[in-house]
Design a protein around this ligand. Structure first.
Ligand code: NCD
Length: 311
């Protein structure tokens, strides 16, 4: 059995296939357990600290839900503005401080590499909930859990990743996980928002079949799964450039009608305009089920890094 006890969760490339299997199994166990009971006692007495220096709805609330469903407690920084970061405190010092209070720390910060800095400073396990345009490994794990549930398998999937592949940290982490299962990937983006070369090149080295295109319809017609992403407005230095690309890819009833095949649609959310609400009732639209799965996967991760995994 693999163990994540005491480990930080920082990057999509840190996981083995075996670890992913264990996370999926553990999340599945918690999903079942929550059908019978509202909460468990597995992390009773333990404290999770959530440090969010960037906006969040799902990630913070699902981590806090997960911890409370496991019987643990939560302390939370209300916002970057209300913390000592506003006085100039470094991420390392903040992490070292919170380490004195909490048994596990979840951090989101606008700078790439910030979660690693926190992890180096704190003894407690640190979980990266998004470091700027870098990585978002727990989102990728819940995406993988959702794919397994929706499609029944992770092997050899044909996946179109659509939107802001340059700045989207969820896709940066997800392709690392998908690459362990031999996926065929379509990277669909405007040319200004292509997947960073280092990530694409690394996938090719691993033997992953990657096609880069601007044509969402063609890519979707050759895929089992469409992973939509938001154009990351907050990462643009030039807002006129954002205005130029913001409506580039939109899935609506018309698109699905023309596609003429069933496809599974995921989105880490929030959506801005890339999936029209009329798509929500389409059977393959799995993005709100994906949200729910986030709780089970985060329960698995919290219990595993705390060394309380189930045998
Ligand atoms: C994503 C993020 O923060 O990177 N949201 C999330 O955690 N579900 C995606 C996004 O903000 O576009």
């Amino acid at each position: 059995m693999v163990s994540l006890k005491g480990k930080d969760i920082l990057h999509g490339n840190q996981f083995s296939k075996k670890e992913i299997d264990t996370i999926i199994k553990t999340a599945g166990y918690f999903e079942k357990a929550l059908k019978k009971k509202d909460s468990l006692n597995l992390l009773k007495g333990k404290i999770l600290a959530t440090l969010f220096f960037e906006p969040s709805t799902r990630t913070r609330l699902s981590f806090e839900t997960a911890m409370q469903r496991l019987g643990g407690g939560v302390i939370s920084m209300a916002s970057a503005q209300s913390s000592s970061a506003a006085k100039g405190e470094t991420v390392a010092d903040t992490a070292r401080t919170v380490d004195q209070y909490a048994d596990v720390i979840v951090i989101r910060h606008p700078r790439i590499g910030s979660a690693k800095e926190a992890a180096d400073a704190a003894e407690a396990p640190v979980i990266n909930a998004g470091d700027g345009a870098g990585q978002h490994p727990t989102q990728a794990l819940l995406d993988i859990y959702t794919i397994q549930k929706e499609l029944g398998s992770l092997k050899g999937l044909r996946v179109s990743l659509v939107g802001d592949l340059k700045n989207g940290r969820t896709v940066h982490a997800l392709v690392e996980l998908l690459s362990l299962f031999g996926a065929k990937l379509h990277f669909v983006s405007p040319s200004a928002l292509r997947m960073p070369e280092a990530i694409a090149a690394n996938l090719k080295v691993k033997g992953i079949d990657v096609v880069e295109t601007e044509d969402m319809m063609k890519a979707a017609s050759e895929s089992d799964l469409l992973y939509m992403t938001r154009i990351q407005k907050e990462r643009f230095e030039d807002l006129s450039e954002y205005e130029r690309v913001k409506g580039y890819y939109i899935i609506d009833g018309d698109f699905l009608g023309k596609l003429k095949k069933k496809i599974t649609i995921l989105h880490p959310l929030p959506r801005v305009n890339e999936i029209s609400p009329e798509v929500d009732s389409y059977p393959g639209a799995a993005y709100f089920r994906q949200v729910r799965n986030g709780v089970f996967v985060r329960m698995a991760l919290l219990s595993m890094v705390m060394g309380k995994a189930l045998d």
